[in-house]
Design a protein around this ligand. Sequence first.
Ligand code: HEM
Length: 127
Amino acid sequence: MISKQQTLFERIGGDQAITELIHKFYDRVVADPELKPFFKNASMEKIRRMQREFFSAALDGPITYTGKPLGYVHHGRGITKHHFALYVGHLIQALEKININDQDVQDIISRINTYADEITGTAGSMG
Ligand code: HEM
């Protein structure tokens, strides 16, 4: 019998798990003294909603991201590779709190790392 390969979205527990993950993750992000200032004028409700879509889509789930392109949203905010690394560190910590194996954690982080240049605006950014 051919076993169908589950998507990362399914393996981590679908929509409910993603929603929980985003909550845990952003609680950590906004508690980080180096990241907190970036979010002082942001609507956390909107970010959480958009992140739910974005992560679901990025992990091959059946949800479409309806937000603006990531480069556009993050451009000109002064987000550096250092901030990006802190952000991903919080994502790893949040992922470790949900019940998924190390390989899936690594797969998710590799996907998210592919957005680093877009977020930090490496092409021509002042940092
Ligand atoms: C791969 C990493 C990241 C992803 C996938 C991501 C994704 C997103 C998404 C989907 C939104 C909502 C877009 C919309 O409103 O249409 C958003 C907004 C935002 N992100 Fe990120 N982000 C990442 C990294 C970061 C980092 C490292 C920072 C800061 C250190 C950051 C700061 C912000 C801020 C401040 C907003 C709010 C923009 C506003 O005022 O509406 N993001 N991000």
